[in-house]
Design a protein around this ligand. Structure first.
Ligand SMILES: Nc1ncnc2c1ncn2[C@@H]1O[C@H](COP(=O)(O)OP(=O)(O)O)[C@@H](O)[C@H]1O
Ligand SMILES: [Mg+2]
Length: 222
């Protein structure tokens, strides 16, 4: 467990420094209104959304903010695996209950101070409908009152409406792409899909860059 939580396990590493820089840039990305919610999305599966959102959430928690990481990928989310948590109940289950009364029941503590996780829950037949529901909108508002920062681990934009639905509900969006894997055309399509929310796009994270020190990004997180 937690081997992917580089900011905790290897705080002095290059990637931890890079995540810290992203954290700082996000904190400064809005001047008049404090950034309270961030959606992490990408063009397709495997570019590193879950890896980045877990580390970004841990990094915000290290500043003393009370942080919630929400796994919105109700098809193939894996935050419960990254944090070694139970996934018997999570976001999908919560969204069919009375969210204002029950949300606390589904949020789990992690071993990391100030960091909480709402796992994906059981795979529902209709993830997009759940995210588009009034209950989900209500939930995002409740969470803003309860936490200083909420990071949403999204789904890829390609072919799915889920991330576009979530884009409407957050303050900022970061797009993850993978070095030498994400074709520029796909990244442009992703940006275009989020055109209605372009003022919210804080930036693009280029993940999986080989560093000059080590060439094997599979062994070393860059
Ligand atoms: N910077 C990185 N260096 C090495 N492996 C990475 C890096 N980012 C992600 N991975 C690995 O790539 C795989 C896909 O990442 P994941 O975060 O699950 O992508 P997504 O959520 O976008 O589908 C995982 O096995 C993850 O550990
Ligand atoms: Mg993921």
């Amino acid at each position: 467990m937690k081997s992917e939580l580089i900011v905790i396990n290897r705080p002095k590493s290059g990637i931890s420094e890079a995540i810290k820089t992203i954290r700082t840039n996000l904190q400064f990305s809005s001047i008049d209104r404090k950034v309270k919610s961030i959606l992490v999305t990408s063009s397709f599966s495997g570019e590193g959304k879950s890896f980045i959102s877990a580390n970004l959430a841990a990094s915000f928690a290290q500043t003393g903010s009370k942080v919630l990481l929400v796994d919105c990928d109700m098809r193939r989310g894996r935050q419960h695996i990254i944090f070694g948590l139970d996934n018997d109940e999570g976001l999908s289950n919560l969204l069919i209950t009375n969210v204002s009364k029950k949300f606390g029941h589904y949020i789990q503590r992690t071993g990391i101070d100030n960091l909480y996780v709402l796992p994906m829950g059981v795979v529902p037949p209709n993830p997009s409908e759940l995210l588009a529901s009034d209950k989900n909108k209500q939930l995002t508002q409740i969470l803003e009152d309860e936490f200083d920062m909420i990071i949403y681990d999204g789904v890829p934009v390609g072919g799915l409406t889920d991330s576009v639905i979530m884009a409407d509900l957050v303050d900022k969006i970061v797009i993850v792409c993978a070095y030498k894997q994400t074709p520029m055309e796909m990244l442009q399509n992703t940006k275009r899909s989020l055109d209605n929310f372009k003022d919210k796009i804080a930036g693009v994270i280029v993940n999986k860059m080989p560093s000059p020190k080590n060439h094997y990004y599979n062994n070393y997180y860059n």
